[in-house]
Design a protein around this ligand. Structure first.
Ligand SMILES: Cc1ncc(C[n+]2csc(CCOP(=O)(O)OP(=O)(O)O)c2C)c(N)n1
Ligand SMILES: [Mg+2]
Length: 326
């Protein structure tokens, strides 16, 4: 906690500092808005799954972690990557398919990593990060390495068998792992109620012997506090914990733009979520001058990343199979 105070992550009262939270939330929002704007130009070479609306989970959770803790994520991973401190230049170049991208330009938006900052990987395959994260946690346990492993996944990922197999194994072996279920209620265009008999991910996780709870509210501070408590418990040997974080995806499942015209969800529900935007709420609490400075710094950071990506070169055709194992 002392380190968090020194780096401005928490304020004097021990809460997540509004200026820190705002800077992260703003960076993530503006990065994704810029991606949306650039997308039609075909500069972004892969599909994108935007987290606009869900940023509070990523920022709340990652701000509570230590830099050495390690995050695994899914294809909707821009927010997790940036909240954990992932390098924006490397991310933008990766989106542009350039060699100076984090995965050498061959992974795209769904395959991000930044090991220096404890961000292991994202993956396009639903639930595939879950057993990988548990394997990492098991290795750490066996090596007496105190790092926490954090695994972000969606509500839809809990419908994969491997999710429950992993919970069973993690619980059995008392693995030091935190599962963050980002429940935006949808898997592509299907509501949770069309996919599950009852809305009880937490109860089902508890049946495997895990501590599991739904986070009380949907603010950055709520996610921060829940993660701090869970992280402390896990580091003291509690075994795995699952936090269900309720949230709202504002954009289409994949690609830029909204999806209101598809009429698969109640747009008034979406309007309500947008009206309660966490970013705006925190922004309104900060002095105007501070907001202006943060906004300017964020725009400069994004512009620098775009230039970094523009200046990169595409990987050579002969490099295509370089990292293929078999
Ligand atoms: C194994 C597998 N099955 C199906 C898909 C297609 N698919 C991509 S995203 C997705 C929905 C996942 O929903 P959720 O886990 O709730 O995450 P969200 O997209 O809401 O963030 C599906 C079914 C896939 N990529 N991988
Ligand atoms: Mg979902």
């Amino acid at each position: 906690m002392q380190q968090k105070a020194l780096t401005g992550i928490i304020d004097d009262s021990g809460k997540l500092a509004p200026s820190y939270a705002y800077k992260k939330l703003r960076l993530i929002r503006r990065v994704e808005e810029k991606i949306e704007r650039l997308y039609p130009s075909d500069k972004v070479k892969s599909p994108v799954h935007l987290s606009i609306g869900q940023e509070a989970v990523a920022v709340g959770v990652c701000s509570a972690l230590e830099e050495t803790d390690v995050v695994f994520s899914n294809y909707r991973g821009h927010a997790h990557y940036l909240a954990k401190g992932g390098d924006l230049n490397a991310m933008w170049a990766e989106l542009y398919g350039k060699s100076n991208g984090g995965s050498g330009g061959i992974g795209g938006s769904m395959h991000l990593d930044c090991w220096d900052k404890g961000f292991m990987c994202t993956s396009a395959i639903v639930a595939s990060g879950i057993p990988n994260a548990a394997g990492f946690a098991l290795a750490n346990l066996m090596k007496n390495d105190p790092r926490l492993t954090v695994c972000f996944h969606g509500d839809g990922a809990t419908e994969e068998g491997v999710f429950w197999e992993t919970l069973n194994f993690a619980s059995l072996k008392n693995l030091p792992i935190l599962f963050i279920c980002e429940n935006n209620r949808y898997a592509i265009y299907s509501h949770q109620s069309a996919r599950m008999k009852s809305d009880n991910i937490v109860e089902r996780a508890q049946a495997f012997g895990l501590k599991a709870e739904r986070v009380r509210g949907e603010s950055t501070q709520d996610f921060f506090e829940a993660t701090l408590n869970a992280s402390e418990a896990i580091k003291n040997g509690s075994g795995p914990i699952l936090l269900e974080c309720m949230t709202h995806r504002w954009r289409d499942h994949v690609g830029p733009g909204e999806d209101r015209h598809l009429s698969y969800r109640d747009n008034t529900e979406l309007d309500k979520a947008i009206a309660q935007d966490e970013l705006t709420e925190i922004r309104n609490k900060l002095p105007k001058e501070e907001v202006r400075e943060i906004d300017e710094a964020v725009e400069t950071e994004i512009q620098t990343a775009i230039e970094f990506a523009e200046n990169g070169t595409f990987p050579k055709a002969e490099e295509l199979l370089k990292n293929v194992w078999a």
